[in-house]
Design a protein around this ligand. Structure first.
Ligand SMILES: Cc1cc2nc3c(=O)[nH]c(=O)nc-3n(C[C@H](O)[C@H](O)[C@H](O)COP(=O)(O)OP(=O)(O)OC[C@H]3O[C@@H](n4cnc5c(N)ncnc54)[C@H](O)[C@@H]3O)c2cc1C
Length: 371
């Protein structure tokens, strides 16, 4: 490396993880690096705010925040393009039309919804897709053709819970337990409690919120298939009019990036979030898994974790460039906030948990302030 050589850092995917990495690199090291960033979309998708779209108008730029705005003043060479191949030996990242050399590369391509087996012709809603959300909102706003309808949300994680509550708000915010609403909302969870990767206090608080909103929670209820008229739940057919599937995510490498190998849970990184032991490749956010190395007891698939990993990796690249060593990433316990119904929310930190309008207001504010 000559005295004038600026190391090039290529960032593949600029969601919560990739964007935080870029921002931290600039914050800590000024213009010391040449940053080349790629995303196939023109803006960062603000997933935490999506459930609110079912019952509230939000500005388009609060949902898809333009990279032009996010990178303004950061001196980033941004390309709206999909990376299709990475040559790790030659240190090249490729789009369909160009090739880019790198000194360090970070894969932050996120995740996509895990699909549920289904019969032909059945429409299952997946909340990461805007076109599904638009269709779901229209469906919920349209007066039902029959007196009683049953809506299903599959998955008792944070996303499934927020969607079940948002659906209740979209249909009849005033109805709660005892109000005998014309639309019944069912939440199916295969485990014996809600949010199994979070502390018990949060699961209990969310269960109470769901009950007070009139959402029927079915625990130990594994859904194995979406059928023409409903769902197969523990081998039994249950009639449902609409199904929203929130059973988790899988790494976003659908078309594959040549040169990277991934398992079901994502790119396997070491404790310092490095890929393949080269010391020049990293993976952060939803696309990676740490499970190959040590047990991780916290939920990793969260925007705040992705941002934490992005910042950690920016600091590690800084250390390596100064001749130091990469440090291990250890997820820290952070507060979790969830939007409930009728303006309410739940805020939990360790075993401390509050429910109510203050928690709701805080969550709404955080959703638009993440980035
Ligand atoms: C409905 C919903 C609600 C959620 N609510 C919350 C919440 O309240 N709180 C919370 O903490 N977390 C929440 N999450 C989880 C959170 O959104 C994710 O954990 C977070 O987005 C992961 O960040 P990421 O950077 O890894 O991936 P993403 O944010 O998905 O970013 C990945 C980026 O990579 C780009 N990309 C993919 N492949 C390529 C390629 N080959 N070339 C170039 N670019 C590529 C994509 O376009 C995307 O912009 C929610 C998720 C969903 C779906």
């Amino acid at each position: 490396m000559t005295a004038t050589h600026k190391p090039t850092i290529v960032v593949v995917g600029c969601g919560f993880a990739g964007y935080s990495l870029v921002r931290e690199l600039r914050r800590r090291h000024g213009r010391a690096h040449h940053i080349v960033a790629f995303d196939k979309q023109p803006g960062l998708y603000n997933y935490p705010a999506l459930p609110r779209l079912l019952y509230e108008e939000l500005a388009a730029t609060d949902i898809e925040i333009p990279y032009q705005r996010l990178f303004a003043g950061l001196d980033v060479d941004f390309h709206q393009a999909r990376i299709t191949a990475i040559d790790t030996a030659a240190q090249l990242a490729c789009t369909d039309s160009s090739t880019f050399a790198f000194d360090y590369l970070v894969v932050a391509t996120g995740s996509r919804a895990r699909p549920l087996p289904q019969d032909d012709g059945v429409f299952v809603y997946y909340p990461k897709a805007m076109r599904h959300l638009d269709r779901l909102r229209t469906y919920l706003q349209t007066p039902p053709a029959k007196q009683q309808r049953n809506l299903a949300v599959i998955g008792g994680g944070l996303t499934g819970i927020e969607f079940a509550l948002a659906m209740r708000d979209a249909i009849d915010p005033a109805s709660g337990r005892g109000a005998a609403p014309a639309t019944r909302i069912h939440l199916f969870e295969q485990g014996e409690r809600l949010v199994p990767r979070q502390r018990h206090a949060l699961g209990r608080a969310l269960h109470l919120e769901l009950e007070s909103a009139g959402v029927e929670v079915h625990l130990l209820s594994e859904v194995s298939r979406a059928m023409r008229n409903g769902l197969l739940v523990r081998g039994e057919a249950l009639a449902m009019d609409c199904t929203v599937c929130c059973i988790g995510v899988q790494p976003h490498l659908r078309q594959g990036i040549d040169g990277l190998e991934t398992g079901n849970d994502g790119l396997v990184v070491d404790d310092a979030l490095r890929l393949g032991g080269t010391g020049r490749l990293f993976a952060v956010g939803d696309v990676m898994t740490m499970r190959g190395r040590k047990s991780v007891s916290v939920e990793l698939h969260m925007a705040q974790r992705a941002m934490e990993q992005g910042r950690h990796t920016a600091r590690n690249i800084g250390r390596l460039l100064l001749g130091g060593e990469a440090q291990d990433y250890a997820p820290t316990e952070r507060p979790v906030s969830v939007l409930s119904h009728a303006g309410r929310g739940v805020l939990a930190y360790r075993d401390f948990c509050i429910r109510g309008r203050l928690a709701g207001r805080l969550k709404r504010w955080l959703d638009l302030k993440h980035v």
